[in-house]
Ligand binder design. Sequence first.
Ligand SMILES: Nc1ncnc2c1ncn2[C@@H]1O[C@H](COP(=O)(O)OP(=O)(O)O)[C@@H](O)[C@H]1O
Ligand SMILES: [Mg+2]
Length: 374
Amino acid sequence: MSRERRPRAVSSLAGRLLAALTLVVVTGGVTAWLVAGAVGPSVFRAHMVQTGPPDEGGSLVHAEEAFRSASVFSLGVALGAALLASLAVSIFLTRRIGRSLGTLAAAAGAVAGGRLDSRVPEPGMGSEFDDLAAAFNTMAGRLEASDGLRRRLMADVAHELRTPVATLTAYVEGIEDGVLALSPETMAVLRGQTSRLTRLAQDLAAVTQAESSELELRTRRMDPGELVVNASDAAREAYVTKGVRLEEQVAAGLPAVAVDPDRMAQVLGNLLDNALRHTSRDGIVRIHAGAHHAGIVLSVEDSGEGISADHLAHVFERFYRADTARDRVHGGSGIGLAITKALVEAHGGSVGVHSEGSGRGATFLVFLPAAGSG
Ligand SMILES: Nc1ncnc2c1ncn2[C@@H]1O[C@H](COP(=O)(O)OP(=O)(O)O)[C@@H](O)[C@H]1O
Ligand SMILES: [Mg+2]
């Protein structure tokens, strides 16, 4: 219904604009006519009287008559021509305005109808119209981007669900058909797949929460050294078990930071967990706190597998795994670093990563601003 009304509203705007312009032109013409009629003859008579005394043949009357008909004719032709010219210009202008608005209305209707790639060309009719078109295009572009993100997320989630569900289904069918025995090995596979699904659900909830604007941070002033010690204490057990050395290093005189201790534990826990997973026995992982511009940098450096340049740019993306087959076996869903990044950004910080390439270790960096003096 609204879609039918829109073009009518636009054409009536053009119509009203044309009527207003016509009224202006007609008013101008009538005024010019009246003023010329009132002023012209008296000015003419005054000039005639100045030229000398009137002669008998009533030549003044003749002259006035001649003046009147000449001016009526010339004024009439001039006003008529002016009227036509102004009407032509008015029609041209109102059509252009009407057409631009019509294009915009059609594009807005298309976006509302789900065609998010609709854009309008710049009308070239002054900055207001151009700004309107640019604002519309920006809006449509944002909608399109977030729609694309939503689709990709859905596809990723579906993809993540497919493998464990397919494995579970195959095993359950095998057991039902008596092809598979419910042995400890079968149970281990089933358990592995259900825990993978559980972890996926938890990761999804966590990343959604971390990336939402409502993420609540209970910040307090903390010493960077405290963050490092807390994180390595929490991870030590797993490191000792695997036989990877964990070293802490804290530079002197670092400024305090305003952070949520639990979220920071999650951030550093993710990095230490990844570093451990990608470093083999007898390797070394260093967690370090240092100064960086007006704030601090926390780094987790490992001597492990490293990351090749083409993967490096993507590791913070959701569901990204540098080595899909191997990381699946390792049990990662590729969301940990997306959560890490979102949490650090919620603290006003940023993340980074370096690696010299495969087999040469990786260093993950977390930059945080110094706490305000308050
Ligand atoms: N320290 C590291 N060394 C080598 N590769 C890493 C390291 N940390 C992360 N990665 C790569 O980045 C990917 C994304 O990491 P993450 O988001 O934590 O997902 P997950 O750990 O669930 O696989 C990992 O799958 C892995 O390929
Ligand atoms: Mg991880």
